[in-house]
Ligand binder design. Structure first.
Ligand SMILES: Nc1ncnc2c1ncn2[C@@H]1O[C@H](COP(=O)(O)OP(=O)(O)OP(=O)(O)O)[C@@H](O)[C@H]1O
Ligand SMILES: [Mg+2]
Length: 476
């Protein structure tokens, strides 16, 4: 289903990633090519398509340089099904029978959400019309026989196996309703009047009573955990939907009803078919911390054996196999896997050879330097400085950093990474925390107005706080 992938060119994908991730051009490029190749593959004939499996990618690089951030951004960017898992999750103590299949089940869940949302969006117009009708009937109830039907009667959506468009069905049922009724009765005239007023926005504050689905709130979340099937979910599908009457303003009722009616219009069989196909053909699985499941060069301990076990469990999935999900079986052959890890203790060659072989493309992410830090502080849409500014603005305070303050922060971050532990861009967060701690603590304060932070301020604050690093030596 090619239309499900945003058909961005590799350059466009990189440009999009550039908004958030500084440097790491090679990694971005590789990922972009891999994504585009999937899109290209979809366009091939069935026989050719079957022969082409994605070239999985292994991203290596020190901690805090953007590996996970790339994954996070991709997941927002793509409308392809995407999951990110930490490989270490499967080695956790107490994790009975390492359930690596769960990552594929999560992928299918993600795919289901995408497909369902797509259908809901498609039905939004229809749902809006239905909601309007329900609201009108709530205001002008009509006779009792009609009341019993509870709003608009739709065709038998769920019984119809053919994928007839839901819009057609709605139009049909609408027509029938019209024909069967006595010409324009008084009630209908009144209703048309109300419809007009509604559309003009005159009745937004009117309180009405409507029937809404009574969805139990608890078991939906449970079902997402570890791909288990919550018992509540099974029964939910078997039992008739409970409804309750709810009093609310027209404007709120409309929101609830549109949401609810759009859900009802969705043909779940169709969504499921689509979601499984989309997961198989376009799914992306990001396996983070993959370096943490190598057994390393040290003597084998129990933990090492279990790590290797996880690799062996992951192997068939990456290699291509069938995983059962509650929506049906899915093939993993054409999914794209991206592995990422710092690999500072272990090396990719410490992975079992079979698994290494399934990640033919490897890219190295670079250590970040002072110039990168300066950009990370200011350029990305979610840059730390922008975030801090926005936070303090909620207290009515404008905070500004001079250019040399930014320069100093980047400089100190770099030095501290060299001197103590190299934690990459995470160092910037630490420094900003220290820098703004006092200000943050004292606000709100009517005495304080706008704040400007300059180089001297940065030096003062950080010298005071960081004793273990001999910062003086480096400040020129
Ligand atoms: N190249 C970069 N551009 C912009 N921000 C970055 C970059 N690298 C790291 N960051 C920021 O630093 C933080 C940590 O980055 P990230 O989570 O990507 O590290 P990582 O490479 O996955 O490290 P680890 O190996 O420890 O998991 C994030 O908040 C991220 O926004
Ligand atoms: Mg990470």
């Amino acid at each position: 289903m090619a239309e499900n992938i945003k058909n961005m060119t590799p350059k466009q994908i990189v440009a999009e990633l550039d908004k958030y991730i500084i440097g790491q051009d090679e990694a971005k490029k590789r990922v972009a090519i891999a994504l585009r190749n999937r899109y290209r593959r979809i366009k091939l004939s069935e026989t050719m398509k079957e022969e082409i499996t994605p070239k999985n990618i292994l991203m290596m690089g020190p901690t805090g340089v953007g590996k996970t951030e790339i994954a996070r951004r991709l997941s927002k960017l793509m409308d392809a099904p995407f999951v990110k898992v930490e490989a270490t999750k499967f080695t956790e103590v107490g994790y009975v029978g390492r359930d690596v299949d769960s990552m594929i089940r999560d992928l299918v869940e993600a795919s289901m959400r995408l497909s369902k949302q797509k259908r809901i969006d498609e039905n939004a117009d229809t749902a809006e019309k239905i909601a309007e009708d329900i609201i009108i009937k709530a205001i002008i109830p009509g006779d009792s026989s009609e009341k019993k039907k509870g709003g608009v009667q739709l065709g038998n959506i769920f019984g119809d196996p053919g994928y007839k468009t839901q819009k057609e069905e709605y139009e049909e049922s609408k027509k029938k309703e019209y024909e069967s009724s006595e010409q324009f009765s008084d009630i209908q005239m009144a209703r048309e009047q109300v419809r007009k007023q509604l559309r003009e926005g005159q009745l937004e504050e009117t309180v009405i009573e409507v029937e809404v689905d009574d969805v139990p709130k608890t078991n939906q979340l449970d079902a997402q955990n570890e791909g288990m099937i919550a018992i509540g979910n099974i029964f939910e599908n078997m039992m008739p939907k409970k409804t309750k009457r709810k009093k609310c303003k027209v404007k709120d009722a409309r929101k609830i009803l549109i949401e609810q009616e759009a859900q009802k219009l969705v043909d779940m069989d169709q969504v499921t078919d689509e979601a499984l196909e989309n997961a198989e053909q376009n799914g992306i699985v990001f396996i983070d911390e993959i370096d943490k499941i190598t057994s390393g060069n040290t003597m084998r301990s129990g933990a090492d054996v279990s790590r290797e076990g996880v690799q062996r469990d992951i192997l068939p999935i990456v290699e291509g196999s069938v995983v059962n999900t509650k929506y049906g079986p899915v093939k993993t052959d054409y999914m794209l896997f991206i592995g990422a890890g710092a690999f500072h203790v272990s090396k990719p060659s410490d992975l079992i050879p079979e698994l290494q072989g399934r990640f033919p493309i490897s890219v190295e992410l670079k250590n970040l330097d002072k110039e990168d830090f300066k950009k990370i502080l200011t350029v990305p849409q979610n840059a730390v400085i922008k975030q801090q500014k926005a936070l303090l603005e909620t207290e009515g305070i404008t905070i500004d950093f001079t250019e040399d303050a930014i320069d100093e922060i980047a400089n100190l971050a770099y030095i501290m990474n060299e001197q103590t532990e190299n934690i990459g861009a995470r160092r910037l967060h630490t420094i900003l925390e220290i820098l703004l701690e006092d200000i943050s603590y004292s606000l709100p304060d009517s005495e304080v107005n706008d704040i400007i932070i300059d180089r001297a301020e940065v030096q003062k604050k950080l010298q005071k706080k960081i004793k273990e690093v001999d910062v003086d030596k480096y400040i020129l």
